[in-house]
Design a binder for this molecule. Structure first.
Ligand SMILES: NC(=O)c1ncn([C@@H]2O[C@H](COP(=O)(O)O)[C@@H](O)[C@H]2O)c1NC=O
Length: 514
């Protein structure tokens, strides 16, 4: 289809003047709306105002400008259908072959601090999506461009052939429908948020492609990484890569797990993750001390691991980290010396996640797909304080035990169920993850802790169905236990703890993680 007439109506005017100039040079007539018309005219591009086509003024502060049969008839007419061509002739409608539209900036508007509902509503584009959809529906004849990144290719095709290929028009139409669907999803979500509706009848999530990935969890699986349009600061999707090769699917997943855990802590903390589970966690006076603890927690597993810190990485810490092979280091920031030191490592990726004041994982919905559907839940933002816990044994934890219990509790929340964490001196000693029975995870964690389990504490993500975990803990020399409580056999576990002088506290909250 040769292109003779184009309609341009854009909010984001990036690149529009040069694009329109090239269209004009190709002899294409350009029609345009208020602001776009002004910009093009000022740049010396020959352009016809929309009202000259519709013979109707732009009214109601721009709410109605292109919503007119002369426009939509020109976009929707089937060019080789006699009934349509005669309708065009009878009604003085001329064909429009190219539509260049980008929409009112609804997303940017609602992200502005203190934005009013009225302002948000005024930034819901109606005429734009209508034209985009008309053009996309009729892509057999009409080319629709919603993204300035596509100007170059369209011009190239027009310069070469005077037209665009059907394949290109179909690709642009698919992109256009995706664009309007995402735009409407944002609007729906804005109103749902306003109304406090977390689980609407129709869940319209929308993500933008951030990057293609070499492959998925395994090389035979294709994959890509998508980002929420309004991804919050301090999330993996917002993190900035400062150094190193491209992240893989597993890297992103592990980095997310590490970041979510390190965000639990207010004191300097370092988390090392392998295969979605923490293998070493430490807190300390400084980030360097915290790293040392996370490293010593399991010097074997941290090799090739993903490390997240909640304070800027300084030179001292960078020097410690440089000594071993790590896949990724995530930190709120890196000092210039640390960055220089770590950037010498070719296979290490450095990610900056910005805000070190965060002390809980990101809020929002967690979506997990299942065959033919999705499970949607709120993020696990549960945290407990000492006050909220109930001591159920004869002996209450000492001050130091409390400190270690609450530390281990934060960690166990981020370990795959069934989860057991053994900790002492503000570092993990053993992590038992993902076993099919709880005592199995306990045995793994206690074995890993070895002799160091003596005088350590133990955390369990869910209650003990039997006393066997307490028996194992006692055998290893554990002195205090934190767990949700709530089993019908709680008393057996309490009796067993009392028998060994173990202090046990119930949180009343469990942290399954599957
Ligand atoms: N009301 C209409 O008929 C209408 N037609 C086009 N628009 C939008 O107006 C914007 C461009 O306006 P201007 O050219 O005045 O800067 C574009 O984002 C376009 O999508 C409209 N605006 C809102 O619905």
């Amino acid at each position: 289809m040769s292109i003779r007439r184009a309609l341009i109506s854009v909010s984001d005017k990036t690149g529009i003047v040069s694009f329109a100039k090239q269209l004009a040079e190709l002899g294409i007539e350009i029609i345009s709306t208020g602001g776009t018309h002004r910009v093009l005219e000022e740049a010396g591009v020959p352009v016809t105002g929309i009202s000259e086509v519709t013979h109707f003024p732009e009214i109601m502060d721009g709410r109605v400008k292109t919503l007119h049969p002369k426009i939509h008839g020109g976009l929707l007419a089937i060019r080789d259908l006699p009934s349509h061509t005669s309708a065009m002739e009878e009604n003085g409608i001329e064909a429009i072959d190219l539509v260049v539209v980008n929409l009112y900036p609804f997303q940017q508007t609602i992200q502005k601090p203190g934005v009013t509902v009225e302002e948000a509503i005024e930034n819901i584009d109606i005429g734009g999506p209508s034209m985009v959809r008309s053009a996309a529906k009729n892509h057999q004849y009409v080319t629709v461009v919603v993204d300035p990144a596509d100007y170059e290719e369209v011009i190239a095709q027009l310069q070469k052939d005077g037209s665009t290929s059907l394949e290109t028009r179909r690709q642009l139409a698919a992109k256009a429908f995706g664009h309007t669907a995402a735009y409407d999803a944002l609007i729906a979500n804005y109103f749902n948020e306003l109304l406090g509706i977390t689980f609407p009848e129709q869940l319209t999530v929308t993500y933008n492609k951030q990057q293609a990935l070499r492959y998925g969890e395994n090389p035979h699986q294709q994959a890509a990484f998508y980002r929420e349009p309004r991804a919050a600061a301090g999330t993996i999707a917002s993190a900035k890569q400062l150094h190193g090769k491209e992240l893989s699917y597993n890297n992103i997943n592990d980095a997310n797990a590490a970041l979510e855990l390190v965000r639990e802590f207010s004191e300097p903390a370092v988390v090392a993750v392998k295969h979605m589970n923490p293998c070493g966690v430490g807190i300390g006076e400084t980030i360097s001390a915290a790293y040392q603890k996370a490293y010593e927690a399991d010097p074997v597993s941290i090799f090739g691991g993903i490390v997240a810190a909640n304070r800027p990485i300084d030179k001292e810490t960078a020097e410690q980290m440089k000594g071993i092979f790590l896949e990724i280091i995530l930190a709120p920031s890196f000092t210039p010396e640390a960055l220089e030191l770590l950037s010498t490592k070719k296979n290490l990726r450095l990610l900056e996640w910005g805000d070190s004041s965060l002390t809980e994982p990101a809020a929002g919905l967690k979506v997990q797909t299942v065959g033919g559907g999705a499970l949607v839940q709120e993020a696990d933002l549960g945290q407990v304080t000492q006050k909220q816990c109930e001591t159920v044994t004869e002996r209450a934890p000492s001050e130091e035990e409390w400190k270690q219990l609450l530390f281990a509790w934060k960690v166990v929340k981020h370990v795959k169920s069934n989860a057991i964490v053994v900790a002492k001196d503000s570092r993990t000693l053993g992590v038992g993850a993902g076993q099919m029975n709880r005592v199995g995870s306990a045995v793994i964690a206690l074995n890993q802790a070895g002799d160091e389990a003596k005088g350590a504490v133990l955390a369990s993500d869910a209650f003990f169905p039997m006393k066997d975990t307490v028996e194992q803990a006692a055998k290893a020399g554990i002195t205090a236990i934190i767990q949700p409580g709530g089993s019908i056999r709680d008393q057996e576990s309490i009796d067993e703890a009392n028998k060994h002088g173990i202090a046990m506290v119930f949180t009343g909250m469990r942290h399954f993680k599957h």
